[in-house]
Each structure stands twice: as C-alpha cells, then as structure tokens.
Design a protein around this ligand. Structure first.
Ligand SMILES: Nc1ncnc2c1ncn2[C@@H]1O[C@H](COP(=O)(O)OP(=O)(O)OP(=O)(O)O)[C@@H](O)[C@H]1O
Ligand SMILES: [Mg+2]
Length: 209
C-alpha cells in the first residue's frame, strides 16, 4: 500500500506506473522493463489502473463496463463495434458473479452504490488479465465496512498472484491487508517497510514530521 496525505503524490506515482504522465527524470521500471513513453504503457494490458474517480461509463450497463477491460483482446473492427465473443461474455459474467454483483450485470452503473461501482471497476480491471493492479483511493468514498470488504477482495486478488499497489490516505487500513507499505510526503518516499513491522503511529509520524 502507498500511503500519503492529500497532495503527497500518490496519484502521480500510479499514473507514472501506468504511463499516463511522462517521466521527466530517471527511469521507471515495471515488471523489470523500463517504461519508455506513455503510448506504449497505456496499451499494456498487464497493468490495470483503477483511477480515483473509477472512470466507469455511468449510462452503460455493469456488463458493458466490465467488457471494456477485454477490448485489448479484440481486433480493431470488433473492438470498434463492441463485438465480444461468447466466451468473453461468459468470463465477464463469471467475474461479476465472483465479485458479488452478477445479479446487477444489466443495470446501469449510475444506479449502483459506491461499493458496487468499486466492484465493477475491479471486474473491468481483472478482464485485462493484469500482472499489476494499481488502485487509487478505492476506499476513500466508502463506509468503513464496505471499505474493508473491498480491501478483502483486493487481498484475495493479490493472493492469486497479481501485484497490487493501493494508494490511500487512510493509514488505519494498512494493517491486515498490506504486505508492504510505502509512505510518501511531498513527493518523497519517507518510509518503506513490511506492513507487519510498522504501526499506525509510525506511519502517521512519517507522514507528518
Ligand atoms: N500534471 C501536473 N503538473 C504539475 N503538478 C501536478 C500535476 N499533477 C499533479 N500535480 C501536483 O502534484 C502534487 C501531488 O498530486 P497527487 O494528485 O499525486 O496527490 P495525491 O497524493 O494523489 O493526493 P490526494 O490524496 O488528494 O488524491 C499536488 O501538489 C498536485 O497539485
Ligand atoms: Mg490522489
């Protein structure tokens, strides 16, 4: 997990990892490879990114939003028209079911709760078959119970072998979910440790001193 106060650079770091902002100095390595420019990385399905505002199309159904994650597998023409083969549709339904919103597949995203929208964003990300999943403040708009449900889902995804990087300003959510924690202050790394080795007070102190 990546913790830091508002403005510390969490979103900027995730966008760098996804290649959405250019690198001005140094080299950014992802899965061992340097990320040379924005265009290549944006098309890289191995890196899924759930933005702070989720980026779902509210007027479209849960299923359609989920299928967006599979566009990289289609050719130009089918992806332009949104022609998804049956097995891809099945996979999308399966993902939604495993995330507990299979019954809402045909509902528009605008009618969903915040927690349900997070699940759709996760389903869409998983359709990319990512090696890395970057999630920005996925829990900050949610009540504490729903926030922990979403983190539990993410923990499960990490246990299946996907590398997750979750940005949050809520240090109290690190314990129990994260393996490693990195704290940012004013764009600088001020702490990096095994989550089990640091307390909330350690993190708060690092962020504020
Ligand atoms: N394209 C940009 N050019 C210059 N400065 C930027 C740019 N994008 C963000 N910043 C600045 O970089 C700093 C870090 O912003 P960032 O959005 O990464 O913070 P954050 O940790 O995600 O905050 P929050 O918790 O509020 O989401 C802020 O001061 C912001 O104004
Ligand atoms: Mg941010």
């Amino acid at each position: 997990m990546l913790v830091g106060a508002s403005g510390s650079g969490k979103t900027t770091l995730l966008k760098l990892a996804k290649g959405l902002v250019p690198i001005q100095r140094g080299t950014f390595r992802l899965l061992g490879d340097p990320v040379p420019n924005a265009a290549r990385a944006r098309l890289d399905h191995r890196v899924a990114y759930i933005p702070q505002q989720l980026g779902l199309v509210r007027s479209r159904s849960v299923l359609e939003n989920t299928l967006v994650g599979a566009l990289w597998r289609l050719g130009v023409v089918p992806s332009f028209f949104g022609w998804f083969p049956g097995d891809m549709m099945d996979l999308a339904h399966q993902r939604l079911r495993s995330l507990g919103i299979g019954h809402k597949a045909m509902e528009r995203v605008q009618s969903l709760s915040g927690g349900e929208r997070q699940r759709v964003a996760i389903a869409r990300a998983l359709m990319q078959e990512p090696r890395v999943l970057l999630a920005d403040e996925s829990t900050s708009q949610l009540d504490p119970v729903t926030a922990r449900e979403i983190l539990g889902i993410m923990r499960g995804i990490a246990d299946e072998g996907v590398t997750l990087l979750i940005a949050t300003h809520q240090v109290e959510l690190v314990g129990g979910y994260a393996d490693r924690v990195v704290a940012l202050r004013a764009g600088e790394k001020v702490l990096e440790a095994n989550a089990a080795d640091v307390t909330e007070d350690d993190m708060t102190a690092a962020l504020s001193s």
